[in-house]
Design a protein around this ligand. Structure first.
Ligand SMILES: [Zn+2]
Length: 89
């Protein structure tokens, strides 16, 4: 089952939600109750897109901390053997 990251544009709540593919997307924020709860493109599966993940992540979260591990860890043993980290960084 995929995990979706939802965000509320009213109160700023972010929450990972485990949903079936057949489930309807959530719209009501569990925190403030407004219908401003929408699916974000920051789920774990999005990391598979490689360096593009970082640009999107920075824009959404505002964090710009460099990561010690390559994006595809633990698939790659180290950054030097990782085509994603080696190419992007
Ligand atoms: Zn909310």
């Amino acid at each position: 089952m995929p995990i979706y990251t939802y965000g509320c544009s009213s109160c700023g709540l972010q929450k990972d939600v485990l949903q079936k593919l057949s489930d309807a997307p959530l719209t009501v924020c569990p925190e403030c109750g407004k219908e401003t709860f929408t699916k974000q493109l920051t789920s774990a599966g999005f990391q598979l897109k490689g360096s593009g993940y970082y640009a999107t992540d920075f824009k959404d979260s505002g964090k710009a901390e460099p990561k010690a591990e390559p994006a595809c860890a633990p698939a790659c043993a180290s950054a030097s053997s990782c085509p994603v980290a080696g190419g992007a960084a």
